[in-house]
Design a protein around this ligand. Structure first.
Ligand code: ASP
Length: 310
């Protein structure tokens, strides 16, 4: 048995706001992400390798708020946060404020494996990426006109926005993440983001933080969250999801639904989670969430809007 679930950010108010072309491209890239993870899992690769493969596809796609296409901070710099956790040993790696590493999720994994620490930030994280032989790019690699326009609009309106959010319309969020179960029975979670449009330089979101945006423990679940980071940090969402299962005796589905539907404020985000049995849950309380899943012997499935049922 193997299984994978991914998200490309919650939020999104309506199909009109997103636009047919962006929606079509996002769906294609989500499917590519699932298939990249499946190739790893089919060959007996680990859940960690699978979530990295899935997230890298979305980091390389300009469609999502991670890697290429990440949003800009208020000073016009794209600073990224990412984290990864493996459920069999509860080890973790994370980074924040990274601006020249092509695939931040690979750096999170390198930090986990190569250092005795969980998180590195800024230039010291860049140094480790170079030592680990990861691909370094000019900051212009991450730029897209779409995100530059978003920053201009946000600055004009004097607002800090979530990635798919419109200055004058409802809220929406970005970020990418993946959770996977491998054939060895291990689970893992990974999350990667550019954070918030027009965020203050130095702001760190939940996606960098183990227990807030990312968590994995074999006996409970692997979780990746997306949404308004400050709320997810305060409520320790990903760790809470695991605690509701471990200490509260909840199922994967019930724990996730309690968090998203009873505990989080309305219209702030969602999460994806998987357990060792390969159960998957993907609740969100926004208009849409880019998401998809794939299980052994099944075709990849991708959804965007809340009306699209599993
Ligand atoms: N959670 C991310 C952050 O606050 C944003 C997102 O999910 O779009 O940095």
């Amino acid at each position: 048995m193997y299984a994978i679930a991914i998200h490309g950010g919650a939020g999104l108010s309506t199909p009109e706001d997103l636009g047919a072309e962006r929606e079509r491209t996002a769906r294609i890239d989500l499917e590519k992400s699932l298939l990249a993870a499946e190739r790893v899992l089919q060959e007996g690769g680990s859940a960690e390798e699978a979530v990295i493969a899935a997230v890298m596809v979305m980091e390389d796609s300009p469609m999502f708020n991670a890697g290429k296409g990440a949003v800009f901070a208020s000073d016009g710099v794209q600073r990224m946060d990412a984290s990864i956790m493996t459920g069999h040993d509860e080890d973790a790696g994370a980074l924040c404020g990274v601006s020249i590493v092509k695939n931040p999720i690979r750096l999170a994994s390198a930090i986990m494996h190569n250092t005795p620490h969980v998180m590195l930030y800024g230039d010291d994280a860049h140094e480790h990426a170079k030592e680990a032989g990861l691909e370094i790019v000019e900051s212009s690699w991450f730029h897209t006109q779409y995100r530059l326009n978003q920053l201009k609009k946000a600055k004009k309106a004097n607002k800090i926005l979530l990635d798919h959010e419109h200055v004058d319309k409802g809220k929406s969020k970005g970020t990418v993440g993946a959770v996977a179960l491998d054939i060895h029975g291990n689970i893992a979670a990974a999350t990667s983001t550019g954070g918030l449009v027009n965020k203050r330089p130095g702001r760190v979101g939940d996606s960098a933080l183990i227990g807030a945006g990312t968590y994995a423990k074999n006996s409970t679940c692997a979780v990746s969250a997306t949404g308004h980071g400050e709320l997810f940090i305060r409520a320790n969402i990903a760790g809470r999801m695991s605690a509701l299962m471990e200490l509260g005796g909840k199922s994967l589905h019930d724990a996730a639904h309690q968090i998203v539907w009873e505990e989080l404020e309305e219209d702030v985000g969602g999460l994806i989670a998987i357990d060792q049995q390969g159960n998957i849950t993907m609740p969100f309380n926004t208009g849409g969430m880019f998401r998809g899943s794939l299980k052994k012997d099944e075709k990849p499935k991708v959804w965007v809007w809340k009306e699209e049922n599993k």
